[in-house]
Design a protein around this ligand. Structure first.
Ligand code: BES
Ligand code: MN
Ligand code: ZN
Length: 507
């Protein structure tokens, strides 16, 4: 699908489908101005008549399609509701663009023209519309041999800007959107790939191939090297599986003096399948557990964009990939594991495996002395209970880093909510035999998990994103498909971009 920028007025756009975003106010106005007014006049008043007839009021998530019967250059008109004008944000446009692409695919349209609403900053609208269109076209169908659900997206999408100046100025925003959408689609693919295919060693192969294509450095370690690094928590989780673990390190090394700047570090949870181990999950609870590497998918996908972002500092990603399985060699309840940092952990639940692997990998990442470190993990069901399926929880003792990540999530259009690291939850991790236990009580479970991780961060400014809710969706909503969502990629990209802008401004 080719996404382009044009300054053609909507009424002249030659396309199979012309998609026109509109606000509730536009449809209530007696004589609407802008594109709606122009198109309505061109259609002899039939646009507003049709909207009225079909009770289309421009509400967010609504849309209305009808043929133009030769009244316009475009064959069909699609009205995309954006809700109330004063509540408009680029996220509504991202969703609307995805709805337009899907509606166009449904009628096998080759060419889709999408008018930009012009309600906010042009670059932000271009980025959101392009991302929404590209992400709305995403499908995971490599395992389908039937025709069911197979619909080709339009070959070309023309984003209609208000002026040639906007088109010229928007080229950068469009490039960024293409880059980001490609990365998000790849993260979705990795998450959707079955655990039987995407084993820890396959994930490492994917990381290696990506690093080669995008000119990044990469190193992959097997069980012996992991043992040499004394990662007892990681090895404990991995030992119940017939699949070997892999420790994956991908990094971007800029040239010149930038190479010596303090790096950023990203850590991703990479459990390629979480059965729960001996604390076995139920069938229901295990059903989606191929997605337990979504944090690593987001980290790798963000790395894929770093060469293009070219920040003036190194960026590292670290992932401990393994399966959590019950087996003859599996780690047991009551076992005491010795972490890379030397701290000991009593195992009270083998299903609290993510924090164990992350503990050792965070300790390793912190030894690179990063300026800041962010981990992404499908860590707790408790976080899904707290925030639902569309919002990630952010835990950090560092106010400045928390503000930075929330700001990045906001410009990226991802929903992230700050959670507290309440001191009173800490004692639920007290152990009678070791420095700590790996699982506390049910209450405050997402906070306890974050406290556990915080003990392995070596004093580096750190933030933990619990993405157990938004990493995977059971419902299609706008540009968010069923299955892997690629959540976190856009926040990471904007975090790196904002940091790069700040570093360049200081020079
Ligand atoms: N991978 C799960 C968390 C999860 C649950 C992700 C649902 C996505 C959807 C994690 O490893 C886990 O099993 N956590 C336990 C921790 C508990 C045993 C302390 C949980 O949340 O139940
Ligand atoms: Mn688990
Ligand atoms: Zn897990």
């Amino acid at each position: 699908m080719d996404i382009r920028l044009r300054s053609t007025p909507p009424e002249d756009a030659a396309a199979d489908v012309l998609a026109l975003p509109c606000f509730e106010e536009d449809l209530r106005a007696r004589r609407p101005d802008g594109s709606i007014g122009a198109l309505d006049r061109k259609l002899g008043g039939r646009l507003l008549a049709a909207a009225k007839e079909e009770r289309f009021a421009g509400g967010a998530e609504s849309s209305l399609a009808f043929p133009t019967w030769g009244g316009l250059a475009a064959g069909r008109l699609l009205l995309l509701g954006l809700g109330k004008r004063e509540r408009f944000g680029t996220e509504a446009l991202r969703h609307a663009a995805a709805r337009a692409v899907r509606a166009a695919s449904r009628v096998s349209a080759q060419r889709l023209a999408l008018a930009l609403p012009g309600a906010g900053e042009a670059d932000a609208e271009i980025r959101a519309a392009a991302e929404g269109a590209a992400l709305g076209a995403y499908r995971f169908d490599r395992y389908r041999t039937d025709e069911k659900g197979r619909r080709e997206p339009p070959r070309a999408v023309d984003l209609l800007a208000a002026s040639p100046a906007e088109v010229r100025g928007g080229a950068g925003a469009l490039d960024l959107a293409r880059e980001v959408a490609g990365a998000v689609a790849w993260a979705r693919d990795l998450v959707n790939e079955p655990a039987g295919a995407l084993t820890p060693s396959r994930l490492a192969d994917e990381a290696r191939a990506m690093a080669r294509t995008h000119r990044l450095r990469v190193e992959v370690f097997g069980p012996e090297a992991i043992r040499t690094l004394r990662m007892g928590l990681f090895l404990g989780v991995a030992q119940g599986s017939a699949e070997e673990p892999r420790l994956i390190h991908v990094w971007y090394q800029p040239g010149g003096s930038a190479a010596r700047r303090p790096p950023l570090a990203i850590v991703g949870k990479a459990i390629t399948f979480d059965s729960g181990g001996l604390s076995l999950k139920t069938n229901e609870g295990m059903l989606d557990m191929k997605t337990d590497m979504a944090g690593a998918a987001a980290a790798l996908a963000a790395m894929r964009t770093v060469r293009a972002l070219a920040p003036p500092f190194p960026v590292h990603a670290f992932m401990g990939a393994c399966e959590n399985m019950p087996g003859g060699r599996a780690y047991k309840l009551g076992d005491v594991l010795v972490s890379r940092s030397g701290k000991t952990v009593e195992i009270t639940n083998t299903d609290a495996e993510g924090r164990l692997v992350l503990g050792d990998v965070l300790a390793w990442a912190s030894s690179f002395r990063p300026a800041a470190m962010v981990d992404l993990a499908t860590l707790t069901g408790a976080c899904v209970v707290a925030l639902g399926h569309w919002t990630a929880g952010a835990f950090s003792p560092d106010e400045a880093l928390a503000a930075e990540i929330l700001a990045a999530a906001a410009t990226a259009g991802e929903d992230v909510w700050r959670m507290p690291l309440t001191d009173w939850v800490k004692d639920t991790l007290d152990s009678d035999v070791a420095d700590m236990r790996n699982a506390g009580e049910r209450w405050g479970g997402a906070i306890a998990a974050a406290h556990f991780l915080s003990r392995f961060t070596g004093g580096v400014p750190w933030l933990h994103l619990d993405i157990a809710g938004p990493a995977f969706s059971h419902k299609e909503r706008g540009y968010i498909p069923k299955g892997g969502t690629g959540f976190g990629v856009r926040t990471l990209v904007d975090w790196i971009r904002h940091r790069a802008d700040g570093a360049k401004a200081r020079r």
